[in-house]
Ligand binder design. Structure first.
Ligand code: M6R
Length: 607
């Protein structure tokens, strides 16, 4: 969490830092700050609230500065406030640091520093960093930074500005993402590519344990032992426009409407004739047969995609699959070995819990396939094989197009494994592949009904609670629908296996409780319909969701939303779209900020 930027060059630093922070606000937005070098002095401006507050506070200040660092915060240690906002300085005001991550041993470091006369002003873990730097500095900035890293436990990406070295910035990475942008006699530091894309496409993606020294004449890289590091330049292929709203009011809406394209890009190049071909997975059929179990690990929305992956793999490949929440997985001594195939799913490829789970799985000898949206991310680099979801840059905190492509990836992986194991007849694979090719167009048909969803949203606007019910794959989609609604509209929403509602939760159903019932799974259609009747008998207000041409729900539900006809196994990919739209329109109707919901950040790089 948190976004870091740094700039050194010949242009005015402040507009570049603010512009970069704007692109990183998705990583946290409870407070922000910048530090620049101007007139041989470190000057600081920080403030509680969104970046706009900082911008206003800054006005035209610091306009002569051509070097500085900036930060947008998602609080972990210390509540959002001016004093806890970054950058943080040492006692002498000669070092300013911005940091992303958690310094796990900060309490003992605070005590150690206090014993040596340092005054720590904030409640943050970060503030120990500039004080440690002050302690170790003896004329050589890189050496002092190196010595500081030796004292730290935890995750840190940081950018350092020093009064003693006006033409130098130092960047450090361990377990939190950081990139360096290489311009023409100007250099950048950022937590993520969009922050620098306006200025350059040439980057170094720092690895854990690396330090970058940015000066007017270039960038030097070294490891934590001070040994030089040589690294290929990574040239970013996508353009700056991807990071703009393109006429939509919010990134979330733009990203929802990009889903047909995202599905096309993720699916079509992997379908050859009547088969799925995944060239990026370096496993032979013999190797696949030897796996006895699959374990899927992810967080949040990606975890919900994993639940669908489980059903598909178990149904089509006939091997047991477990799905685990990444933050739990590593601490329960998971039973995995070389016979276990582990699939980790992560949009950002940087989620700390998922990355830690991946490493734990590899430590046990498992093969790890990553499903991720970000090329070159930590998860992509650490996995054995990577299946990219070509959703494109996702900026809204609420994941939409990344989720839908994760579902597509689950279908592809399940079919790929089934082909290798020979567990599905050829005709069945052909039928699924044919249905897959139709999905992008069908997703567009669902989006064409956005107006209807907007109307339905008015029912949810005043609600305090909402329920999503379904059986089988519908239940997994219901979980995602409930998360979306909670996340951006702050309505308490719960997803229930439709048959489970009567075992307690139905007590909460009243006439003011909207219920969305997903009814796309043919084998349990009648059962779910009965569950809708149970809700109606308690005066609940129900929106049913089924396929076009099926009139049966109209007799039991208050409203029915129709999806284009597809296979039951592929229905989640279409069924989630109205749920995403619903969450969006309810959020707008309630006056919430759909792109930047309270308390959240997109990329959770702390455990
Ligand atoms: O980048 P990841 O896919 O690893 O992120 C996992 C979750 O943090 C993420 O899906 C989160 O739940 C979203 N905000 C949901 O919309």
């Amino acid at each position: 969490m948190c976004g870091i930027v740094g700039y050194i060059g010949k242009q005015q630093a402040v507009p570049i830092l603010l512009d970069g922070l704007k692109k990183l606000e998705y990583r946290g937005y409870d407070s922000a700050g910048i530090a620049v070098l101007e007139e041989s002095e470190i000057k600081l401006c920080k403030s509680l609230g969104r970046l706009a507050v900082l911008e206003e506070k800054l006005g035209q200040d610091f306009s002569a500065a051509t070097c500085g660092v900036g930060h947008t915060r998602w609080a972990t240690h210390g509540r959002p406030s001016d004093v806890n906002a970054h950058p943080h300085c040492d006692c002498t005001g000669k070092f300013a640091i911005v940091h992303n991550g958690i310094i796990e041993n900060y309490i003992e470091l605070k005590e150690w520093l206090a014993e040596r006369g340092h005054h720590i002003l904030s409640e943050t873990d970060t503030e120990v960093l500039p004080h440690l730097l002050e302690h170790f500095y003896a004329g050589d900035l890189e050496e002092a930074v190196r010595l500081v890293t030796e004292k730290l436990r935890g995750a840190f990406a940081m950018a350092v500005l020093s009064y003693n070295h006006p033409q130098k910035l130092v960047a450090v990475r361990k377990d939190s993402p950081l990139i360096i942008g290489l311009g023409d006699e100007e250099y950048f530091i950022a937590s993520d590519i969009p922050a620098i894309l306006k200025y350059t496409r040439k980057t170094y993606i720092l690895d854990d344990g690396e330090i970058a020294v940015l000066q007017e004449d270039g960038v030097r890289l070294m490891d934590f032992q001070g040994k030089p590091v040589h690294k290929e330049i990574y040239e970013v292929k996508w353009d700056a426009q991807a990071a703009e709203k393109g006429g939509y009011e919010h990134f979330m809406l733009k990203e929802i409407f990009e889903q047909p394209r995202a599905l096309r890009d993720t699916l079509l190049s992997r379908l050859e004739n009547d088969l799925v071909v995944l060239q990026e997975i370096d496993l032979t059929a013999e190797e696949i047969i030897h796996y006895q179990r699959v374990v899927i690990v992810a967080c949040g929305t990606a975890y919900h995609a994993g639940l669908i992956g489980k059903t598909l793999i178990e149904r089509w490949v006939r091997i047991p699959v477990e799905v685990d929440i990444a933050s739990e997985f590593r601490y329960r001594s998971p039973l995995i070995d070389a016979q276990t195939l582990v699939i980790v799913i992560s949009q950002s490829g940087e989620t700390a819990d998922t990355l830690a789970a991946l490493r734990e799985a590899k430590r046990h000898g498992a093969r790890v396939i990553a499903v991720t949206n970000v090329v070159g991310s930590s998860i992509a680099r650490d996995a054995d094989d990577v299946l990219y979801t070509w959703a494109g840059l996702e900026i809204a905190v609420a994941s939409t197009k990344a989720y839908i492509t994760q579902l597509a990836a689950m279908v592809l992986l399940a079919l790929f494994l089934a082909e290798a194991k020979g567990s599905l007849p050829e005709e069945r694979i052909k039928e699924i592949v044919t249905a897959l090719r139709q999905l992008p167009g069908q997703a567009q048909e669902v989006l064409d009904q956005a107006g209807l969803v907007r109307q339905l949203a008015t029912v949810f606007q005043p609600a305090e609670d909402a329920f999503f019910i379904g059986r089988g794959l519908d239940w997994s989609v219901a979980l995602e629908g409930a998360l979306k609604l909670k996340e951006i509209s702050y309505i308490h929403a719960e997803a229930y296996a439709a048959g489970e509602l009567k075992h307690g939760t139905i007590a909460l159903i009243t006439k003011d409780t909207p219920v969305i019932a997903l009814v796309t799974q043919h084998d349990v259609y009648e059962k779910t319909k009965s569950n809708i009747e149970e809700v109606k008998a308690r005066d609940g207000w129900v929106i049913g969701m089924t396929y076009v041409g099926d009139q049966r729900l109209e007799k039991v539900a208050d409203q029915v939303f129709y999806l284009p006809k597809t296979l039951s196994e592929l229905a989640p990919i279409l069924a989630v779209i109205p749920l995403q739209l619903l969450a969006y329109y309810v959020s707008i109707a309630r006056g919430c900020d759909a792109d930047k919901p309270r308390n959240l950040a997109k990329s959770v790089t702390v455990e």
